[in-house]
Design a protein around this ligand. Structure first.
Ligand code: SIN
Length: 288
């Protein structure tokens, strides 16, 4: 059966069907999925029955997987290639990932290997809410004036782990380890997609400032770029179903996990992360 493509919103996101991604996927199918992914930035597969091994095997067809050494506490036991994002308590303690992803970001921007892509699988969800929003950073770049394109071309965004949402609600000792593992790092403010050549804004709510500028000087531009990129017409909001695998391209997409649900209801997700190219240089924290 041929792959079917159903558009999910105007700006980005398609649902793909007709390929059994829990089974053997051939090269032609991989190429078709990759082409749709490059064009639409977010791809959604519904009703998929994935084991951890199958999730990893499918993800590997699209590139090398990160072992999540930058956030080692959040790995699924025995599966370093899978991050466990859940509000289900662990050993009687609140889950450290219960607030993961609550501000607009691109995965692993605070590392020297920002993620190329992520593949998130839903195994449990609350009856209402727990949605994830995605915005198209390539479209946001294209919509900038030529003058602004020139300005951002010269900037390096500094990513600071302290700006990961929910940091203050996590175990302080673990956070100290994570801050040591992930010092502030600067990346080009415009990211170029290696396959499509598309240029995308690479700024998020986890960027503290632009290298060489103060936090106060940088804030208006960071705020403008984030507000511009997350305008409703540039966003797709995914309402999860158990068995959804949602894959996004971190080079052209920001996302945010919403806390729009009853936290007593379980939400459980597993994520593989495709490694991007090495990038960035470590910098001092920003000056106010
Ligand atoms: C993430 O930021 O990778 C998590 C997204 C989600 O849980 O919806």
């Amino acid at each position: 059966m041929e792959m079917q493509v159903k558009q999910l919103s105007h700006a980005l996101g398609v649902e793909l069907s007709g390929i059994d991604i829990a089974g053997e996927v051939n090269e032609v199918e991989v190429a078709a999925i990759r082409a749709a992914w490059n064009e639409h930035h977010v791809i959604v597969f519904r009703d998929v029955d994935l084991t951890p091994d199958r999730h990893i095997a499918f993800s590997r067809r699209f590139g090398a997987l990160d072992d999540h050494a930058s956030t080692p506490h959040d790995r699924l036991a025995d599966y370093p290639q899978l991050l466990e994002i859940t509000n289900i308590p662990k050993n009687g303690l609140p889950s450290q990932t219960r607030n993961t992803g609550r501000n607009w970001h691109s995965d692993y921007s605070y590392t020297n290997r920002p993620a190329a892509a992520s593949m998130l699988y839903c195994t449990e969800k609350p009856p209402v809410g727990g949605d994830t929003m995605f915005c198209n950073m390539a479209r946001a770049y294209d919509d900038l004036s030529d003058k602004m394109k020139g300005i951002v071309a010269d900037l390096q965004s500094v990513y600071d782990f302290n700006l990961v949402s929910g940091v203050g609600k996590r175990d302080p000792q673990k956070i100290a380890e994570l801050l040591k593992l992930n010092p502030p790092i600067a990346h080009p403010c415009v990211r170029i997609h290696p396959d499509s050549g598309a240029k995308a804004i690479y700024v998020s709510e986890r960027a503290s400032h632009f290298d060489g500028m103060t936090i106060a000087e940088s804030a208006p531009l960071i705020n403008f770029l984030c507000a511009h990129a997350t305008l409703p017409e540039n966003v797709y909001r995914h309402q999860w179903r158990v068995g959804d695998l949602v894959c996004w391209d971190n080079r052209t997409v920001m996302h945010m996990a919403l806390g729009d649900f009853d936290q007593t209801q379980p939400r459980h997700m597993l994520r593989t992360t495709l490694q991007g190219e090495k990038s960035g240089y470590v910098v001092e924290p920003g000056e106010k």
